[in-house]
Design a protein. Structure first.
Length: 181
């Protein structure tokens, strides 16, 4: 947690009976995303039930596990606390510059474009790097279905510079690094 869209996520519920005279819970546990049942699985001898899925869309999912109990053994049912499962779309970042090449002391504008495989446009921040040194950051603005951030600088030294951007990600989208220009 977080997981990528399409990744297999396994949820685990541990079921135990307190004060029931050593009764081992039996039956099954149903796993929910909000109020929608995802599926059920039987409780094993150790009191554990698991459920795996790769069908969660990007975004945050309120996952709970519900056990119905064993009435004949006086074991009551229960529902777990909510687990917020973040599922993130994959992201892609690219950077361009203008002008390129540039003259020493002139302003260069770097433009980062971030796209994702998710249903929402990317939000958040991109950091600009000259090699391993961060030279600035920018908040993404929505342009079509992409997030775009720019940085202008006139402080680059003479010579070649390997400029990259790092998209820091969001709850819905994974982080990404651009190739260097």
């Amino acid at each position: 947690n977080p997981a990528a869209v399409g990744a297999t996520i396994t949820f685990t519920a541990n079921v135990s009976a307190f004060g029931a005279g050593g009764v081992t819970p039996t039956g099954s546990v149903t796993f929910y995303d909000g109020g929608v049942a995802l599926g059920s699985n039987s409780i094993n001898a150790g009191g554990v039930a698991t459920f795996s899925t790769s069908a969660l869309a990007n975004g945050t999912h309120a996952i709970t596990a519900s056990y119905s109990g064993v009435p004949i053994a006086d074991v009551l049912g229960s529902t777990s606390a909510i687990l917020n499962q973040d599922v993130q779309a994959s992201s892609n970042a690219v950077v361009t510059s203008s002008p390129n090449p540039s003259n020493y002391g002139t302003s260069v504008t770097f433009t980062a474009v971030v796209t994702t495989t998710g249903t929402n446009a990317p939000t958040g921040v991109v950091n600009f790097f000259d090699g391993s040194k961060q030279i600035g950051s920018a908040s993404l603005a929505l342009v079509g279905s992409a997030g775009v951030g720019t940085l202008s600088t006139s402080t680059l030294t003479a010579g070649n510079h390997g400029i990259t951007v790092r998209y820091v990600g969001s709850p819905d989208d994974a982080a990404a690094d651009s190739p260097a220009i």
